[in-house]
Design a protein around this ligand. Structure first.
Ligand code: SF4
Ligand code: SF4
Length: 302
């Protein structure tokens, strides 16, 4: 049986689709969004996080693996090779200040764990959501897991940025009840600038899902100075309107800097230095423009 590479399972989530859900975060992503709040899920291997608030400076890690970690000015620092020894380093820390992110779990084992919350899913109209990272990069394991969940009558959802081969998406779509689908920019050059990738395949795949009448919640993250240009916002919404009745919700996600602490724990510089929270006027413009296009607009109250 195929294994799936994941970081965490978040139980009782109410943000990733309808009802009460378990959200499974898969490791690996092919985009590089500047505002990403899950940097530990980008590269396709296990990661090591160092939480300075828990570190007592005992240096057990330095004594065990001096080539990977060192102490300077009273603080622990990691060499790049530490990321490839995450499990070993986590083991030697007596204060849980070093944490490995990532594990391989067989699909059947994962489903066994997820079905423990079946009653919550059933009573709330919820289910299981696969997020990440980009879950569709693990196409085979994902399709197997979705299929097993459907056999157990559990509703399924995939949260995707859409930049994958159509065959992968089509395969998942057989067992996926709802796609949460990110549209980050309409203009191809702008999309490449802010995510590192072209959006041709993303828009094309969204159109193909719509043609299959596959239910979608479109998610639009809005980041000031990155993708809040009104002309592009309008084109994004017009494109979403062209997808027709498959679109059941258009959700605006104003940027937040909640992932900043994770960058620090990986000794990475946070890519956004300026205040990138979108203006209230920009959000209001999107809501109005979307409603004018008869789109089912949604934004969570602050
Ligand atoms: S072993 Fe843990 S607590 Fe001790 S210095 Fe290393 S990270 Fe800090
Ligand atoms: S697509 Fe999502 S997980 Fe991937 S880099 Fe962008 S924000 Fe992060």
């Amino acid at each position: 049986m195929v294994a799936i590479h994941l970081s965490t399972i978040q139980r009782y989530s109410t943000k990733d689709g309808p009802g009460i859900r378990s959200t499974v975060f898969l490791i690996g992503c092919n985009l590089r969004c500047a505002w990403c709040s899950n940097p530990e899920l980008m590269l396709p291997y296990n990661k090591l996080l160092h939480f300075s608030s828990l570190c007592r400076g005992c240096q057990s890690c330095v004594h065990a693996y001096p080539a990977a970690v060192y102490m300077e000015d009273g603080a622990i620092h990691m060499h790049p090779c530490a990321q490839h020894m995450a499990g070993e380093l986590e083991e030697v820390c007596p204060f849980d200040a070093l944490e490995q992110v990532g594990m391989q779990v067989e699909c059947q084992q994962l489903v066994k764990q997820l079905e423990k919350d079946f009653t919550y899913y059933e009573e709330s109209g919820g289910g299981v959501t696969f997020s990440g990272g980009e879950p569709l990069l693990q196409a085979e394991a994902l399709a197997d897991t979705l299929c097993l969940l459907k056999q157990k009558h559990i509703a399924t959802c995939v949260d995707t940025a859409g930049d994958v081969a159509w065959e992968h998406m089509e395969r998942a779509a057989q067992y996926c009840d709802l796609f949460l689908y990110d549209i980050k920019a309409f203009d191809a050059a702008l999309h490449k600038k802010i995510t590192g990738a072209d959006n041709g395949r993303i828009l094309d795949n969204a159109g193909r899902l719509a043609a299959m009448h596959k239910p979608m919640w479109i998610r639009m993250v809005i980041v000031k100075g990155y993708n809040d240009d009104r002309r592009d916002l309008r084109k994004r919404l017009q494109f979403v309107a062209s997808l027709g009745s498959a679109v059941q919700r258009v959700e605006l996600l104003p940027y937040h800097a909640l992932g900043e602490g994770k960058y620090k724990s990986m000794e990475l510089a946070y890519p956004i230095q300026e205040d990138a929270c979108p203006d209230a006027e920009t959000l209001a413009y999107c809501m109005e423009e979307g409603r004018r296009l008869n789109l089912p607009m949604y934004m969570e109250k602050a």
